[in-house]
Design a protein around this ligand. Structure first.
Ligand SMILES: Nc1ncnc2c1ncn2[C@@H]1O[C@H](COP(=O)(O)OP(=O)(O)O)[C@@H](O)[C@H]1O
Ligand SMILES: [Mg+2]
Length: 325
C-alpha cells in the first residue's frame, strides 16, 4: 500500500469531527479501489442491465491509476470512496466509477471527492469534463446537475452530461484578490450575475472590493452581512454593483423577497454564499469558488471561476483571471 506515502490533495472536516481527505490513487492501491467500486455499485438498486462498473476487473482500475487518473477519498485514513478520470481517444476527459462504500454514504464524501477533482482538473488547465449517467436513475442525474453538469446527448442507455471547468488562479494576498476583481470587472456587463462561494474569510468580499473598483462604483464595498444587500451606484455611468450576502437566506424565495429584480438587468450582481440559492436568478453566470490550501499559515487562495452558459467567452475569461505575465 502506498496510501501512507501519498500526500493529501485536499481535506475537510466532517460534521462529526472526522477528517475527510482526497489522495491520488497509487499503483498499489488498485485492489483497494476496485473493492470499493464493487461494493458501491453492488449496493445500488438493480434496474435493467448490470452496471458497467461491475464488469470491470482490477487491471482496469490499475490502468487508470497508472495513468494518474484515480482518486481515493479517506475518512481518518480509511479508504471509503473512489473515482476514476480517463482521457478518451478523442482527448476528452471522462469521470467515472464514483463510488462510496454504502456505510459511508450521506456524509458528503462523493460531493467532496468530485469537487476536489473538478478543482484539480481546472488547476491543470483542462476546460471540460463529461460523464455517462444511466437514464434509469433520475436521482443520479439530479445529483450531477447539482454539481454543475448538464445533459448533452445520449450514449447507449446513458445521458452524456458535461460541465465546463473553472478557470483557476492562485492568489497570494488580499491585494492580488482585489486586482483579480478589477480585471474581472473588465469582462462584465449589465445583467451579469456572479455567485461567490468560499468559507468565512475566504476573500469573497475582498474580491468584490476589486470588482467595485474596476466597475467604478461608489464605495466602500463592505460585507453586506447585516443588510443582506447593498447597491453601489456607478460613478462612471456604467452598471451599478448589487452586492448580496445570502448567508442568512435559506431559499431562492427569500432572495426574491429582497426585491432586487428591478436593478438586476442594469447591474452587475455578486451574491456571496449564493450557491444553492441564487442560481435561478440567471441561467448564464459566473460561479466563483475561493479556497484555501491545506496549510493554515499559507494566505494563498485558489480561485476557481466557472462560466455557466455561453455568455462568457472562455479566452477573455482566461485573460482576465490569469495574472498578466
Ligand atoms: N490571498 C488572499 N485573498 C483574499 N483575502 C486574503 C488573502 N490573504 C489574506 N486575506 C485576508 O482574508 C480576509 C478575507 O475576508 P473577506 O474578503 O471578508 O472574506 P469573505 O467575504 O469570503 O468572508 C481579509 O481580511 C483579507 O485581507
Ligand atoms: Mg464576505
Amino acid at each position: 500500500m502506498t496510501l501512507d506515502a501519498a500526500p493529501d490533495l485536499a481535506a475537510a472536516t466532517l460534521a462529526d469531527g472526522r477528517r475527510l481527505a482526497v489522495r491520488a490513487l497509487g499503483p498499489d492501491d488498485a485492489g483497494v479501489a476496485y473493492g470499493i467500486i464493487q461494493k458501491a455499485f453492488k449496493a445500488r438498486p438493480v434496474i435493467g442491465a448490470q452496471p458497467q462498473a461491475l464488469r470491470d476487473d482490477v487491471t482496469d482500475v490499475a490502468d487508470a491509476a497508472a495513468r494518474g487518473g484515480g482518486y481515493l477519498a479517506l475518512i481518518d485514513d480509511e479508504p471509503v470512496g473512489v473515482t476514476l478520470v480517463t482521457r478518451r481517444d478523442d482527448d476528452t476527459l471522462r469521470i467515472g466509477r464514483v463510488g462510496v462504500l454504502p456505510e459511508h454514504r450521506e456524509q458528503g464524501v462523493a460531493s467532496f471527492l468530485v469537487s476536489v477533482i473538478l478543482d484539480l482538473l481546472s488547476a491543470r488547465g483542462e476546460t471540460e469534463v463529461h460523464l455517462l449517467a444511466r437514464q434509469e436513475y433520475p436521482q443520479i442525474r439530479r445529483w450531477w446537475e447539482r454539481h454543475g453538469f448538464a445533459v448533452d446527448g445520449t450514449e447507449g442507455d446513458c445521458h452524456v452530461m458535461r460541465r465546463p471547468l473553472a478557470v483557476a488562479a492562485s492568489i497570494p494576498d488580499a491585494d492580488a484578490m482585489r486586482a483579480l476583481g478589477r480585471r474581472l470587472a473588465g469582462v462584465l456587463r449589465p445583467g451579469d450575475l456572479i455567485i461567490a462561494t468560499g468559507d468565512l474569510g475566504a476573500g469573497k468580499t475582498t474580491l468584490t472590493q476589486g470588482l467595485g473598483a474596476g466597475l467604478g462604483v461608489e464605495g466602500p464595498v463592505i460585507s453586506p452581512t447585516f443588510v443582506l444587500a447593498r447597491i453601489h451606484r456607478s460613478a462612471v455611468g456604467g452598471p451599478d454593483l448589487v452586492h448580496v450576502d445570502a448567508y442568512r437566506l435559506g431559499s431562492f424565495a427569500e432572495l426574491e423577497d429582497l426585491d432586487l429584480d428591478a436593478s438586476l438587468a442594469d447591474s452587475v450582481t455578486l451574491v456571496e454564499w449564493g450557491a444553492g440559492v441564487a442560481e435561478p436568478l440567471a441561467s448564464e453566470r459566473l460561479e466563483i469558488d475561493i479556497r484555501r490550501g491545506l496549510d493554515p499559515a499559507d494566505e494563498t487562495r485558489w480561485v476557481f471561476v466557472t462560466p455557466i452558459g455561453a455568455r462568457f467567452d472562455r479566452a477573455a475569461l482566461v485573460a482576465a483571471v490569469k495574472e498578466p505575465a
